[in-house]
Design a protein. Structure first.
Length: 106
């Protein structure tokens, strides 16, 4: 079973993404956080078609941290139902995966 994953979370702006990323890093729940620039999200919310500008937060971590990551994001995120998706990392440079292990130990 693969132990590494990436958490994807859309945020309304860079400041909210930075606040979440900083907290996750300080708690050693993730090894790295990347904030991708502006994107347009289109979705249906409460029966209405919506379109918003967002940024994407991507975090590299160990699968065992998902519960704590989810709880932390929910406590800081301004959305009622934020995107919190875990994507398995099936392969990667061995030294990079070791670096993840070293920076967010279980």
């Amino acid at each position: 079973m693969n132990e590494h994953s990436m958490i994807i979370c859309s945020c309304p702006d860079v400041d909210s993404a930075k606040a979440i990323a900083s907290t996750l890093l300080e708690k050693q729940l993730v090894a790295c956080a990347q904030i991708l620039p502006q994107m347009i999200s289109m979705y249906v919310w409460k029966g209405q078609l919506c379109q918003d500008s967002e940024v994407q937060l991507q975090c590299k971590t160990l699968n065992g941290h998902f519960g704590a990551i989810e709880k932390t994001i929910l406590s800081l995120h301004p959305y009622d139902v934020p995107e919190i998706i875990q994507v398995p990392l099936n392969n990667g440079l061995a030294d990079y995966l070791k670096w993840i292990n070293d920076n967010c130990p279980l």
